[in-house]
Design a binder for this molecule. Structure first.
Ligand SMILES: [Zn+2]
Length: 170
């Protein structure tokens, strides 16, 4: 992901994928990923160094609205008008962007959280600002995320979701 700083960050209306612990921060009762300007998200004021742009999945998936990803880690957000929801809740209401945005953003964040130290020599790693990678300056080892696509199928029969009703073979 590309690090975002300065004027471009403040001037761009973006889709904000903000992780707080294992959940996503969204506008209260919206059940949708917020599209907003940086100044609309006051709780990100101290995280300007941690904002990265999620690259489009491929050329045809290019969106006119950039997608910014922020990991607040274990920070607890108490901001009027905002709430935290699980990824699962949003995957149902945001099916069109579920994998292309939310799923990939989560995999990148998970990669960064689990690669804070070099897998080769154990030294602390640094994020590479211009690509999605972490780099060890002691042994020059560089790690990249493995983004694993997957699908979840839900079969609907009128009002019923039948896939979850399959009986276990005993
Ligand atoms: Zn190393």
């Amino acid at each position: 992901m590309i690090k975002q700083t300065g004027a471009k960050l403040k001037a761009s209306e973006a889709m904000w994928v903000v992780f707080s612990r294992g959940k996503l921060v969204i506008r209260e009762n919206s059940l949708t990923i917020p599209v907003a300007y940086f100044d609309d998200l006051p709780f990100l004021a101290s995280y300007t160094d941690d904002i990265h742009q999620l690259p489009p999945l491929n050329e045809s998936a290019h969106r006119s609205t950039p997608v910014f990803v922020v990991d607040l880690g274990s920070e607890h957000i108490e901001e009027a008008g905002w709430e935290r929801v699980s990824l699962r809740q949003l995957l149902v209401t945001e099916q069109d962007i579920a994998f292309s945005v939310i799923g990939r953003a989560w995999q990148y964040i998970h990669f960064l959280r689990t690669h804070q130290y070099c897998g080769q020599c154990g030294a602390k790693t640094d994020r590479v600002d211009w690509e999605m990678a972490v780099h060890c300056h002691r042994c020059q080892h560089r790690s990249y995320p493995r983004v694993s696509p997957c699908i979840i199928v839900s079969i609907h029969n009128r009002e019923k979701t039948t896939a979850s009703q399959r009986r276990q073979a005993s």
